[in-house]
Design a protein around this ligand. Sequence first.
Ligand SMILES: Cc1ncc(C[n+]2csc(CCOP(=O)(O)OP(=O)(O)O)c2C)c(N)n1
Length: 643
Amino acid sequence: MEIIPGPLLKTINSPADLKLLPREKLHQVCDELRQYIIDVVSVHGGHFGASLGVVELTTALHYVYNTPYDQLVWDVGHQAYGHKILTGRRDNFPTNRKYHGLSGFPKRSESEYDTFGVGHSSTSISAALGMAMAAKYKGEKDRQTVAVIGDGSMTAGMAFEAMNHAGVANTDMLIILNDNGIGIDPAVGALKEYLTDITTSPTYNKVKDDVWKLMGKLPVGKNFTRAMAHKVAEGMKGMVTSSSNLFEALKIRYFGPIDGHNVAKLVDTLKDLREIPGPKILHIITTKGKGYALAEKDQTKWHAPGLFDKVTGEIVRKVYDTPQPPKYQDVFGHTLVELAGLNKKIMGITPAMPSGSSMKFMMEKMPDRAFDVGICEQHAVTLSAGLATQGLRVFCNIYSSFMQRAYDQVVHDVAIQKLPVVLCLDRAGLVGDDGPTHHGCYDIAYFRCIPDMIISSPMNESELRNLMYTSQLDTIAYPFVIRYPRGEGVMPEWKTEMKEITIGTGRKLKEGDDLVILSLGHPGNFAAAAIRDLKREGLNPGHYDMRFVKPLDEALLHDACKRYGKIITVEDGTVTGGFGSAILEFMAKHGYKNEVRILGIPDRLVEHGTPKELHHECGYDAEGIRNTVLEMMKGKVSVELYS
Ligand SMILES: Cc1ncc(C[n+]2csc(CCOP(=O)(O)OP(=O)(O)O)c2C)c(N)n1
């Protein structure tokens, strides 16, 4: 079904078209933009509330600034749908996040308006500062740079590192703090309280109002030079500067807070700010999900709701006749509560993903033992290390790709000190429609090289429970990684009794002839499906679920290498330095010369699509495994199979 944009939106093929409109028409543009986002996301999926919340800001930014010459950097980028639609991608927008379609995030290769590729949070101020410094160095005095960052993303260390620099870098850049009081889950921390105070404090607002009055009197325009603006701004500084303003204390001029849904006010304010040199921050207040009542009300649910009926607000759910397996994340969440009930030493930490990781179950039941620390992966890991020094058993749950942020903390604070923190990596492997910024490709490779790490991956729900149980035992004296994928497992009856697994032991799932598949984690199920298929074709590969990448089950590997001439390894991680590489290292060390194929994520960027499409593209779905077996077994298979 074709989705028709509103009559005005239909005429906007680039910001140049937007600029032709009189200011009074911007309301209509915003209404139509909002409606188009609702129409498309309801039937094609994607992030929802964040883009609705910045419709007015997006419109005002492209109306006032000379994009793409002026550089606009979106933080995270899940709120940039309006930006995509206004910058020439309106008709393609229904392909958003689909295989070979538009990316769900700004991406440099997709458009010149996407100045910086994003997906992970809190990079915008650093990136924008880099652009502003480059403009200054190149003498591009008229070039403006704007970073748009949410209050959630502002909690990260990176944002503060960048502001610390921006305050003294003497560049013309504007940071827009889009304060909607929520990340995916409700905002946490002292910054949130500070932003609430600043918004409601009468003293602060009085000073601010005086400044705005003065601003209104400024003869901003052609005859008002930047040097003059600088002077006035310096004068104003005294009026606002106060050590009680966090941003001013960092030498970034603070303006606001203003209503981020008043497009006319935004346009006026941005025009004024464009004329004021130096680093500045504009604090705007918005509502996540603005314009779609249900999304305004339950903002966490409507962050990325999946498909829904835009009229009734009913979220589309598949109906099944039989019980379905749960998501791995929920098995993690419920099992953690169960274990914490048995072991008083257990604590839970999540950096801003209580819903996504299902840490929320423990946070609800044991609020003094499970914490959301904001979008702060580095802090989350070192905090866990600190807790572990005191004998506590911490389950620190971080998505595989976000863990990349905290690598040194794992090496320096956890591993070198041999602290038995349990690092649960959700969304390990190809995550699907979020694409390359979110694929959890690298964790096996980047953790495998750290001495003493225990690295495991469950093939199903019961194995996840057993690994979690094992990881919190007093006998475990090293960091323990448990990686599992996004989405459902395979066991509808998942609540199995937990038992200890001996560290570094795999499972022989099936003996076979000539060829063995060594799998790690959930893709073992793809291998099992391939083996069922191959049986019909008269082939009988063996199958071992290795369970641990480190330490490897050497006894099982000796057995595999001696018994089978051909070996296929399967993993949901990069083939460069991953599980397959570990097997090759083992074979080289022991002089085995078996024929080996390594299946996993290839050494190139994998774009977005459904996990199914991507597993297929990468050749490690059931069909890919089956084809690899057939190829390796060519000589062994009867001729008619190939005729
Ligand atoms: C490093 C990193 N950690 C976690 C996430 C997951 N994440 C995506 S959006 C989001 C919340 C962002 O909140 P905010 O910046 O306030 O933007 P809003 O969604 O409220 O517009 C989080 C935690 C991420 N993208 N990057």
